[in-house]
Design a protein around this ligand. Structure first.
Ligand SMILES: [Zn+2]
Length: 291
């Protein structure tokens, strides 16, 4: 008989593939909304289809971040309303209380012009596969944010949907403006939790659930599995969407330009980041957030 945990993962997989956002509970537990919980008399996946007309009381978003994909550059965003740096710092100082409520095991290292935050997400209700995140935020304009994810110990979470170069998290497409510098970090932490949850799903089932975006055709071809949603960002399976045209394209040419742009597809978490999440002695310098 299928275990509850496996079944919950499967239901969440279907939710995400339908571009629906699950509920993120305190401690970064990814859950299906209560109404969708399978009951003994209602085991069918059809309950998932009813979700779009329902709202959950728990912390959730209207929709998932539309895109996830690595890029060869770090991103930074500036708020549309002009804010001075001291304001950004005070915004995030106040935000720490919200973070404490949403992610109780968090720790922070606050400096004049940036901060480091360490959070833990349980991901599943039994908490058997927790993830931790190290997030750096600058208080200078434009606000720059970088984060790295780790499984228990300091095993990096990735490489899917991480940035080339420093292996930082790519949880959504900045162009989609799912989150902007100056906004509360809790929704951003929720997106990181969901990103790690998708990795958990990928490890257990060999399948990345939900929409995703790959910057180049070559990257799509080497990363996306046939039955995952296509890396062009559509909600169609890759095999039914872009796979045929990818196979017919000049992939050698694409591979060369991809390698030129992406540091040969190389991803390596900076040593100073790994060291810090091991011993918490010396926070990485702010410059690492700007490169
Ligand atoms: Zn496609």
């Amino acid at each position: 008989m299928m275990g509850t945990k496996t079944r919950n993962l499967e239901i969440l997989h279907h939710l995400l593939d339908q571009d629906l956002y699950p509920v993120i509970m305190e401690g970064g537990i990814i859950k299906m909304p209560d109404e969708l919980k399978p009951s003994p008399t209602n085991q069918g996946m059809e309950t998932v289809d009813g979700y779009s007309t329902r709202r959950s009381k728990a912390r959730s978003r209207e929709r998932s971040p539309r895109w996830e994909g690595p890029s060869d550059r770090s991103w930074s965003t500036s708020s549309t309303t002009p804010v001075v740096c001291s304001d950004i710092r005070s915004i995030y100082e106040r935000d720490l209380m919200q973070i404490e409520l949403a992610y109780p095991e968090s720790r922070q290292w606050l400096f004049d012009d940036h901060m480091w935050l360490l959070t833990k997400s349980q991901l599943t209700e039994d908490g058997s596969d927790p993830a931790s995140f190290l997030i750096g935020i600058t208080f200078t304009l434009p606000v720059s944010v970088k984060a790295w994810g780790f499984w228990e110990g300091v095993t990096p979470i990735g490489p899917r949907h991480t940035n080339y170069g420093d292996g930082s998290i790519c949880a959504f497409n900045p162009a989609d403006r799912s989150w902007k510098g100056g906004e509360s970090l809790v929704p951003l932490l929720d997106m990181y939790s969901l990103w790690a949850f998708r990795h958990l799903h990928l490890m257990k089932f060999g399948y990345w659930p939900g929409r995703q975006h790959c910057d180049t055709r070559y990257e799509r071809f080497i990363e996306v599995q046939d039955f995952e949603l296509c890396g062009c960002g559509s909600n169609t399976k890759y095999i039914e969407c872009c796979k045929a045209s990818d196979q017919n394209a000049d992939l050698l040419h694409e591979a060369i330009s991809f390698n030129l742009r992406s540091n040969n597809g190389f991803r390596q978490i900076p040593l100073i980041v790994k060291q810090f999440v091991t011993d918490f002695q010396k926070p990485p310098p702010k410059t690492i957030l700007l490169s």
